[in-house]
Design a protein around this ligand. Structure first.
Ligand SMILES: [Zn+2]
Ligand SMILES: [Zn+2]
Length: 290
């Protein structure tokens, strides 16, 4: 059984519709795929229909933009009720913050003599930095999304605009209360390690964090083994995923990293426990057998 628990569609910063993504996941030989667009459940219904049609299991998820010790941390939430009040309030604050961020980035670029309009960054969801980056590529200002970030959009670069991010600890609690489970995405990738040393991950585990994403392109093999050992010590689920973005990110092909069946089942058990403790029904996976 091949399981990929972290992918993005056009609803956030991927390049495929949820349907195209699910069809591609099946074609890539996956049996289980999670759709984890940034800060939104808006792709879930379409993905669910596509999963039933394609004969693949869908895990409804999202990747929430949080902050911890002054650093951005991405939190994967699986099977939460997105309408649960605390979670919904956080998602709304994040999306509102992003809504005002795009115009501010365009204004910063304008000050640099680069003219882009909101039409240039239009998307199915809320436009964010990747959409501005893609528009810079299309305008011929830079050659790639990576170059756009490095020159203009990364923190410390001239068109960087800060925005609201949810507090990590409160978000873990909100996800649990909403009947879901949380897994820190690429916790030790790209300089994020300082915000999440082992003792912090231990504290988060006590707070209800269910797992850490171990096998991810942002982790080199040594980091993966260290993190896997730590997950074992802390009784955290260790996942592996592609973080696929369609054509929006190279080297993140569907299934390039996968999650072991035993780890996946532990994650589902934790989700079932959270769902029973919350006031909602157990969140159903979308399985073609149902
Ligand atoms: Zn991420
Ligand atoms: Zn991601």
């Amino acid at each position: 059984m091949r399981i990929d628990l972290h992918t993005h569609s056009r609803v956030s910063d991927g390049t495929q519709t949820p349907t195209e993504l699910v069809v591609a996941a099946r074609a890539a030989g996956l049996d289980v795929v999670a759709l984890t667009d940034h800060d939104t459940a808006a792709g879930w219904d379409e993905a669910a229909d596509a999963a039933l049609a394609a004969g693949i299991t869908l895990v409804r998820g999202m990747e929430i933009s949080t902050r911890h010790r002054g650093q951005g941390v991405h939190l994967l939430a699986y099977l939460p009720d997105p309408e649960h009040p605390a979670l919904r309030a956080e998602l709304e604050r994040i999306v509102d913050g992003r809504g005002s961020r795009a115009p501010a980035m365009l204004a910063a670029l304008h000050a640099l003599g680069i003219e882009l309009t909101l039409d240039d960054i239009a998307t199915d969801g809320v436009p964010g930095r990747p959409h501005v980056a893609d528009a810079l590529v299309r305008a011929g200002v830079v050659a790639s999304r990576d170059e756009a970030f490095a020159r203009y959009l990364d923190e410390g670069r001239p068109a960087y605009v800060d925005r609201y991010a949810a507090p990590l600890t409160g978000t873990i609690e909100a996800v649990t209360a909403a009947g879901g489970v949380s897994v820190v995405a690429h916790p030790w990738g790209r300089g994020r390690r300082a915000a999440l040393p082992p003792e912090e991950l231990a504290a988060l585990a006590r707070l209800g964090l269910a797992g850490v994403e171990v096998d991810h392109q942002d982790h080199d093999p040594g980091v993966r083994e260290e993190l896997r050992a730590l997950a074992r010590d802390l009784d955290l689920v260790a996942t592996g995923s592609s973080d696929h973005h369609g054509l929006g990110k190279t080297d993140h092909d569907l299934g390039c990293h996968t999650t072991a069946v035993a780890e996946y089942e532990r994650l589902l058990d934790r989700a079932a426990t959270a769902a029973i403790a919350s006031t909602r029904a157990v969140p159903a996976l979308v399985t073609p057998a149902d």
